[in-house]
Design a protein around this ligand. Sequence first.
Ligand code: BDR
Ligand code: CA
Length: 314
Amino acid sequence: KKKMILDLDTGVDDTLAICYALGSPEVDLIGITGTYGNVLVQQGVRNALAILDLLGHPEVPVFAGLSHASFTEEEFEVLPVSAFIHGDNGIGDVEIEDSERSVEETPAVDFIIESVKKYGKDLIYVPTGPQTNLAAAIKKAPEIVDEIGAVVLMGGALTVPGNVNAWTEANISQDPDAANFVFRSGIPATMVGLDVTLQTLLTYKDTAVWREKDTYAAGKIADITDYYIKAYETTAPTLHGCGLHDPLAVAVAIDPTLVECLDINMKVDVDGPTRGRTIGDTDRLNDPVKTMKVAVKVDVPRFLDEFMTRIGNL
Ligand code: BDR
Ligand code: CA
């Protein structure tokens, strides 16, 4: 069985990514590492612990990661737009009981490295926030690039505009330098970006199905998700639903046939006016070895079906 680590800035769709992983019998979720983005890292790990308890999985350990981007010493501050989309607490301002557990003592970066050493090619690492923790892990133990099974990341946009501005997507925009370092490190990575995640939309009709289960946990997950759907009505009224960004990355990690990919060497613009743009790397255009895949097409009905089934498994 494949082992999975989720690296989350636990907001709403990160929560749905946890649900997808726990509802998937094909993988063992061996840990969650926390990052910043939708919320501060401390709030993200608090949410992850609470969600794991809510879903009856207190055995999954949670590790705290780095608290701010690699290019600055300044403390990270949550952007107003993130708070609007995910709520001040990251989980749609829904109240759920805090876990009695606390975060593990091992730092996230060390847990990532140790897990690669232990599981090698059987390990899939799925970051759905900024790439800060992964970049730090590669800097500390560069050999993991060749040892890890796969990285399937949510972030970036190649064929569509960004969601922060025309050229950058939220996760990449938080730490373009870290993402660029990861993209150019040679680590085998699949980018699941806005190209595909904005095609996979969830509506109130779907959360109503969860409510019908009439369990405490299903009700809470529906409340959290409804907050997010409502925010999308304001920020992206033409979409008619909310983007299932982070759960799609988990789904692709489990079943790569859900998407069609371009084999391409990628970089992130780190200088100049389009800082944060994910784009093909001209320096490696003619390199026959392509280390990245960018998802450009997704089987929407099949993914939505899998998504609803797996949430239903919980
Ligand atoms: C990504 O940004 C975050 O707000 C979401 O959780 C998702 O990971 C979408 O651009
Ligand atoms: Ca996220």
